[in-house]
Write a protein that binds this ligand. Sequence first.
Ligand SMILES: Cc1ncc(COP(=O)(O)O)c(C=O)c1O
Length: 430
Amino acid sequence: MNSSLQLPEFGYNIRPLFCLSPDIVNLNCGSFGCLPLIVQDEYISTFIKLEHNPDYFIRQIYRTEAADIRNTLNSFVGAEADCCVLVPNVAHGLHTVLRNLTWNSGDVVIMASTTYDIITRTVHSLRKAVPTPEIKQFQLFFPNSHANILLEFQECIRNSKSPSGKTVVIFDTIVSSPGVVLPWKKMVNICKAENVLSLVDAAHSIGHETGINLAEVSPDFWVSSCSKWLYVKRGCALLYVAPRNHSMIQQDLTPSMIIPDEKYSRFQAEFFWSGSTDVVTLMTVRPGEIMFGTSVRQQANIDRKEIALEFRQFLGGEQRIVNYCHSLAVQGGRRLAEILGTEIMCSTGEDPLELVGCMINVALPLPEGLMRAPDVLHNLDEGLLESKVYVLLFEHNSRYWIRASAQVFNQIEDFEKLGISLLRLCMNVK
Ligand SMILES: Cc1ncc(COP(=O)(O)O)c(C=O)c1O
């Protein structure tokens, strides 16, 4: 936690601590993340140090640092010791699991209709595997409720699972579009009860939800991005494999060079070095040996080395960050809906906000007859990029929506600016 008693005020007050250009309204950190300046600074200075002596750095410093960082993240998500490895991105992590499983005829993969496009394509690439698992879909439409999703999820598994072989069920913790929170821990429990493997796409989880506690939930496989919400540079994700499944994961997608090092278990050594990559990225998770630039340190009023995870402590810790982002998502979404004359996507269950984490979905004021008109989303997207106010646009369940991500540097005014831009752009849609 921040050592000084005064915690920084969120909103525009701390915006200068992020790399964003001052003329940009970014309500889309859920896509590519937003880097704090301090993390960028640390990245650059570590990179310079690496280039001074690449052999020493990669063979000595990186080897130890990578193990420490992995252990730090392992604790961060409440996993059992030695159950996490670092991979370049979520798609890579999920693909690694799918390619390591032994497929037999009659095996089944179930995934949701809302599965992220790259992951869907990755699953379909299994069609080239021999024998090929059968691929089935769990239909997921919103608005919906957690209670109903759980019922339909269980029913789908019961109806679709392999009668004699293996079944792997892929589902999100937080869906990309719409940006909604799923009851993923209960979905893991259903998988256990139905005796099927859970492969959880937790791309949006780290830094977005608290109390992840993987040791207790114990999904079979779970992959999260560190760059979307955790303030780590792009190119770092965490793959968790439950202890009971380590023997199923024999190799990284490209097999690693094996190093004899007691800091690495057999499973972890398999993810050490699969060819040249940007090793500095993952070192932005936690403090390295390098001091970062004084200007940033002064701005953040940080008197010691603080990088991604420590920067989050400086901001007041996980709960404070998530509370701010969640309540801004709700308030901002409501304000935006008011401006657009539409509504936010609510749950149809008892708690209307159970689908909302730090992202909110708001309907666009467009007539239904426009559905699937090819250029609508493309033109709106270009218009938003030009107006320098960006959110994700998507079509779902016969309606056009936006997904806005709230971050600690956003304020309600960002949603108002977005509303004005969207109104203007929607009026021009024919
Ligand atoms: C739900 C979900 N899964 C997977 C991904 C892909 O993540 P990555 O770029 O780390 O592969 C994303 C990216 O936005 C996502 O939202």
